[in-house]
Structures are given as C-alpha cells and as structure tokens.
Design a protein around this ligand. Structure first.
Ligand SMILES: [Ca+2]
Length: 261
C-alpha cells in the first residue's frame, strides 16, 4: 500500500488491548501547543477526528522555528508489511507506544528502532476523491448509470454515526412538517447538507477536504423525490438518508438520476 499525499488517514497500533484496536490520538483534539499524542480506542463519535491525520508530502524543509516544514514535524512512513513504522526526520527515532502499554491514554513517544509491535501501525485511508465516490455510486442498483453529478469537491471524508445523529437532532427537521411546495422534500435535503457543512466549518480546523453529504433526486414512475446520501463505514457502499424522519436505508424506493455533493 502506498500513501497518497493530501489524503486523510487513521493510524492504528498493531498492539491491541482486550482484542480492541487503539488509534493514534491527539488528546482532546486540542489545538494548544504541547498537547500530548496518545493511544485511545477507535471512536465512533466526534472524537474520531482527534484520530484522523492529514498526510502531506513535503519536498525539502526549513529548519526555522515554527515553520510547518520544520524537521521535527516531518515523518517518514517506512513499510514493514503489512504495517508501517513512522520515523521522525530530525531524530531518526520511531513513533512508539510507551512501554508497550495499549491501555487508553498511554502516551506515544519517539524511541530507537526496535522490532516490536509498539512501533507498527496500520494506516487506513479514510478520505475519498470525487471520482472514487462516483465509482461507488455507479455500482449502486438504485442509482441510474446515467446519473448526473453537480458541484463536486476534490476530497471527502464521512461523518461517524454519533455526529450524523447529533447534527440531525439539532437541525430541528424531525419536528418540522412537510408542506406542499413551500417546505417539501428538496428543502429538507438541502437543509441537512447545509447543517453538515456548517458543523464542519465550526468543528474541523484543517482545510483541504469536504464532508460527504450529498443531495440526490430520484424518480419512481411519474413521482420524484429528493433525499440525502453518503457512504457506509467501509466506504464501499451508498447509504441513503431520508431527511424528513432521519432514517438510513440501502434502498429508499426511488431511482437516483441527479446528485449534488
Ligand atoms: Ca421546495
């Protein structure tokens, strides 16, 4: 596996605690200088973003303090199939779980190279390009092969279930009533899309990716409907979402012919 520059990854330790994976995690997702990196159970809530890392390829560096290209902040991903070791450019030491203790909250630090699981990391890409998403859409039996796409961004990540539920619950849509034309299906679908974008702007400080939350128009006989879609957790199938009641489903009963994401 090669690492693609500019994509978002989760970095999970080879070592486990009680058969549970632990991920490289920035304590509390804090942007304060000096915040500790640690391991923590893989989150399915908003805290998952404390465990996602935007990996950017660097050509050359500056040693100037505070420079984003400072060597202390540069890392080499060294394959150790099927894992990676992560080496610091300045020190040549490796990212290591302190004392091979995989309990949540254990700090992660630099250590000399050792053939130990505490320096082996599973790197999983969690972002997808617009074209990769279109390829998943084109395999779905409830979307026509000629489905047109509009307003595509470059790179997307998806939201964990806990965040999807929180955004929907705060949107107030569950208690708003459908009304003929003035507040109908397309209005519900575009409001959820807007709420997701607002949540991302407020909660995620890194730039360079969008949150996948599409609007789709579908037809069934002579009737049409607007609803939302995104990808499942393994990023290989479409999940449809009915913004009028918050239900997720594999088949929403309409055949998609136009999407915005
Ligand atoms: Ca409308």
């Amino acid at each position: 596996m090669s690492i693609l520059s500019g994509h978002v990854y989760s970095i999970v330790s080879r070592g486990q605690v009680n058969d549970t994976n632990v991920a490289l995690d920035l304590l509390g997702g804090s942007s304060e200088k000096g915040t500790q990196c640690q391991i923590w159970g893989q989150s399915t809530t908003k805290d998952v973003f404390n465990q996602l890392w935007l990996i950017k390829e660097i050509q050359g560096w500056s040693s100037a303090a505070g420079s984003p290209y400072e060597k202390n902040q540069q890392w080499k991903f060294v394959p150790n199939e099927p894992y990676f070791k992560i080496q610091n450019v300045a020190s040549q030491t490796f990212v290591d779980v302190f004392q091979k203790n995989y309990a949540a909250g254990t700090k992660v630090h630099g250590w000399q190279s050792y053939a130990t699981e505490s320096q082996d990391w599973v790197i999983r890409r969690v972002s997808r390009t617009g074209d990769e998403i279109k390829a998943v859409l084109s395999k779905n039996p409830h979307i026509t092969k000629t489905c047109k796409t509009y307003l595509q961004d470059g790179l997307y990540i998806t939201l964990p279930k806990g965040v999807r539920e929180e955004i929907y619950s705060k949107s107030g849509l569950k208690t708003l009533k459908w009304r003929n034309q003035i507040f109908d299906c397309d209005d519900f679908a575009f409001i959820t899309k807007g709420e997701v974008a607002k949540w991302g702007a407020q909660e995620l400080l890194a730039d360079g990716f969008a949150i996948l939350w599409g609007v789709m128009f579908g037809e069934k006989g002579t009737s049409t409907h607007a609803y939302n879609f995104y990808l499942n957790e393994s990023l290989d199938a479409v999940v449809f979402f009915e913004p009028q009641n918050g239900q997720e489903m594999a088949d929403i009963g309409y055949q998609g012919y136009f999407s915005v994401f």
